[in-house]
Design a protein around this ligand. Structure first.
Ligand code: BGC
Length: 405
């Protein structure tokens, strides 16, 4: 078996070299477009244009891969499983929010405990850096690469290289888009998360702000992150009917995701936008609530309202970050949504163990169209946390319980 695997790998290397030579111009094209992206300021238009360019590159690369190195090279290594102590790569987008820091620590600890050799890296929101990290994980012999993409559409070429080398690719927390080179994604339901945020905002307004109509504003996450439009879509499925009925008023009139998105999930940018929304629209009225896509942005919004002398609005969040658990407990942030990192990491390692044992990817009921294929989704359920249920939700989490003394 070992011999067969080595043969398969050698064949795969030869074919990969052929493939790489065959489409070197396409690859050169795509990497230079990433480099350009690094050196230029990342305007939204530039990102969009590059995505399209990249999508075209991806198609080309996939087609030539099919011609020269059929899927059968990737599959035997995978279905035969791999050795104990194998190298596993984990590529995270950044460490700017608590969930990613937790993921970094937990993946290192839990993969080691399970007998693997982890390479865990974060890419500081820079797409070319993430592409390079993935390529070096492949060179270092990773059998599985777990990826939380910075930009869901920008990893096609790096991940196709992983596939050519017989490496399994698992998306973590975020969808990987526009490529066939992904075997499955482990995540909390992203549209579901948004629905919970929208519903919690509505409930909070009724509970804390008396009779409507209520004045609110809307915030979205980073536009490159495939979760962000889904969170917004889920929230709007609850809020739009209330807006249409006149029960809720978005005073600025900004209700499109593109108007509300926060580039790179940057809290400072969100605070700046909130400052100008308040200055431009609320000099003669109170703001009752704000839809926030995560906890960092929620705290930025609350701070901007405080600075503008507004009474504390009802604000949603996500991640159950320590500081926000404290704020929810003190009543400064109305709610957060818990999506425990330990559950996502545990599910990822469960899948990695199955792959090691030669069982292949586990079956799943949920799939999502990523633009190129139906991707199996291993979906977990998020939970809304308000002051009312916080102690219940975190009963088994001593660190968060300690924040609510
Ligand atoms: C994650 C959130 C996180 C955000 C910013 C999203 O994709 O699901 O947990 O707050 O990225 O890092």
């Amino acid at each position: 078996m070992q011999k067969k695997k080595i043969m398969a790998m050698m064949l795969s290397v030869v074919l990969t070299v052929t493939t790489l030579t065959a489409c070197s111009s396409a690859r050169e094209g795509s990497s230079s477009s990433s480099d350009e992206k690094k050196s230029e300021a990342t305007t939204e238009t530039a990102t969009e244009a590059e995505s399209t360019e990249k999508a075209a590159d991806t198609t080309e690369a996939t087609e030539s891969t099919e011609e020269t190195a059929s899927d059968s090279e990737a599959t035997p290594a995978a279905t035969e499983g791999f050795e104990e102590g194998a190298t596993i790569g984990v590529s995270l987008p950044w460490l700017g929010t608590q969930n990613w820091k937790e993921a970094e620590t937990m993946f290192k600890e839990e993969l080691e405990k399970a007998g693997y050799k982890p390479i865990v890296q974060a890419a500081d929101q820079k797409v070319p850096q993430q592409q390079q990290q993935i390529e070096s994980m492949i060179e270092n012999g990773a059998k599985v690469i777990v990826v939380g993409p910075i930009d869901g559409t920008q990893l096609g070429s790096a991940l196709e290289q992983a596939k050519d080398a017989g490496v399994y690719v698992i998306g973590y927390d975020r969808l990987i888009e526009n490529t066939e080179a992904v075997d499955g994604v482990v995540q909390f339901g992203s549209v579901r998360t948004g629905e919970l945020q929208g519903q919690a905002l509505l409930d909070g307004l009724k509970k804390e702000k008396g009779e409507g109509p209520y004045n609110i504003e809307l915030f979205g996450g980073g536009p490159a992150d495939p979760n962000a439009p889904n969170f917004f879509k889920g929230a709007m499925s609850v809020l739009q009917p209330e807006i249409d009925a006149g029960n809720i008023v978005v005073v600025s009139g900004q209700t499109e995701f593109t108007q509300c998105a926060t580039e790179d999930w940057d809290n400072a940018k969100a605070q700046k936008r909130m400052d100008s929304l308040l200055a431009g629209n609320y000099s003669d009225k109170e703001i009752d609530g704000v839809l926030s896509p995560n906890d960092g942005i929620a705290r930025a919004i609350v701070t901007a309202c405080e600075d503008a002398g507004q009474p504390n609005p009802v604000v949603t969040g996500l991640d159950a970050e320590n500081e926000s658990v404290e704020w929810v407990w003190q009543g400064k942030q109305y709610c957060t949504v818990a999506k425990p990192t330990q559950d996502l990491v545990a599910k990822s390692i469960e899948i990695i163990n199955d792959l090691k044992d030669g069982k292949g990817m586990p079956a799943t009921d949920v799939t999502t169209d990523n633009g190129k294929k139906e991707v199996p989704i291993y979906e977990l359920d998020p939970t809304v946390v308000t002051k009312d249920n916080a102690k219940e939700v975190f009963a088994n989490d001593p660190d968060r319980m300690a924040l609510m003394d």
